[in-house]
Write a protein of this length. Structure first.
Length: 402
């Protein structure tokens, strides 16, 4: 399997705390970091589970009950909530069949519930982070980058009319008078994407009409909706080569203040677009002991765009292989079986490149996968993305996950 090339990186200062406070401290330095494999001990990483946990919630809005969504307003930012992200992934091919994939995620974290009395135009209570990754299954492997900014001086932010979310020149924005088409652009060094997303299936609300519960306590939830299939086309540049690509993209939108309860070590999240024009999203919340939390859930979207909510009893995900990170020896799942008996769906899911680990401020695995299997007795194939968090320093269990 192709290894990612070594590249020079500007290293950000090590911050000895985790969660939103650590992210805020790093953001004030306004640095950029590029993922690389370098000799020496593993870099310190923040904890996604801690950042999304139930700490420092006073004064922030919380996801307590289902709400009436308002579009296009809700495509923009929700500054009263502590955490928010805009997540775009795509699986793309050239006319010759060379496989590429990309991820662009922009994260907003509120540092305080309200703006302190500051006269400087640099003052802000919003810290921004973005992750950009490209997978080239046909040659150069995996490339991942991150940036940080403050929400001031137009360096980073989000608007609803017209829609635009950006961190410097990494952006997702409307290319016309309506929400679609969207243009996704990012560049770092000699890696760049310029992708157009056209209108596809309508958005679907995950969970209880968009309220995605992650725990039993009031407020352990997020507001969560997805565009599960958007036609995508454009260009990917690596070095002095540019490829015209086309395929499908997926957008997730989520905001919360304290979505995860204590005791959640991480999650395994799957989004698969099948060739029978259906999609499935499922996430498995893992306890510290590796067991599956009962608030794990998912969404199945049929050919007409109608969504069916799944709970932890509706699907079974088992790891069947593992990959070991060269950074710290963490063992991530690398192949899975997914069974959804109520949909008569059985999938075998595997990575297209084993090493798609983002060794950034947060260390996690996020990458493109391929799926094969059956639905109602008929063969199906598909492409997708998987996100794995909380494995650094732990081992991947290759047995049953229920």
């Amino acid at each position: 399997m192709s290894r990612r090339p070594a590249r020079r990186a500007r290293r950000f200062p090590v911050v000895p705390v985790v969660g939103a406070v650590a992210l805020a401290a790093i953001c004030w330095f306004t640095v950029r970091a590029v993922a690389t494999r370098t000799p020496g001990p593993p870099r310190a990483a923040l904890s996604l589970a801690t950042t999304l946990g139930g700490v420092d919630t006073a004064g922030f809005e919380r996801a307590l009950r289902p709400r009436a969504f308002d579009f296009p307003v809700d495509h923009g930012e929700h500054p009263g909530f502590r955490n928010e992200w805009w997540y775009v992934t795509g699986n793309l091919d050239t006319d010759e069949g060379r496989r590429f994939a990309f991820q662009l995620t922009l994260f907003r974290t509120a540092l305080t519930p309200s703006m302190p009395d500051r006269r400087s135009e640099w003052a802000t209570r919003q810290a921004w982070m973005a992750h950009f990754a490209v997978t080239d299954a046909g040659g150069t492997g995996f490339h991942a980058f991150q940036r940080f900014e403050r929400g001031a001086y137009d360096l980073a932010g989000a608007t609803a009319r017209p829609f635009r979310v950006w961190l410097r020149n990494w952006s997702v924005e409307s290319a016309g008078s309506g929400f679609f088409p969207l243009r996704v652009r990012a560049a770092e060094g000699d890696i760049a994407i310029d992708i157009r997303l056209d209108r596809g299936k309508p958005l679907v609300f995950n969970g209880d009409s968009g309220l995605s519960r992650k725990g039993a306590a009031l407020g352990n939830a997020s507001f969560y909706y997805s565009f599960t299939r958007l036609p995508a086309s454009g260009a990917i540049d690596i070095g002095d080569h540019s490829w015209a690509v086309a395929g499908n993209a997926w957008i997730d939108r989520e905001w919360s203040t304290s979505s995860l309860p204590p005791g959640i070590a991480g999650w395994d999240w799957f989004a698969v677009q099948l060739d029978d024009s259906t999609e499935i999203m499922a996430y498995r919340l893992r306890h510290d002991d590796g067991s599956t939390d009962r608030f794990s859930a998912g969404t199945f979207v049929d050919t007409d765009g109608v969504a069916t909510t799944l709970d932890a009893r509706d699907f079974d995900i088992r790891n069947t292989a593992a990959w070991t990170s060269p950074v710290d020896g963490a063992r991530y799942p690398a192949r899975w079986t997914m069974l959804v008996p109520g949909l008569d769906l059985a999938l075998d899911i595997s990575t297209i490149v084993a090493d798609q680990e983002l060794d950034l401020a947060f260390r996690y695995w996020e990458g493109a996968v391929v799926a094969t299997g059956t639905r109602s007795g008929r063969p199906v194939h598909g492409n997708g993305y998987v996100e794995l968090t909380g494995y650094s320093g732990h081992s991947a269990d290759t047995g049953a996950q229920r």
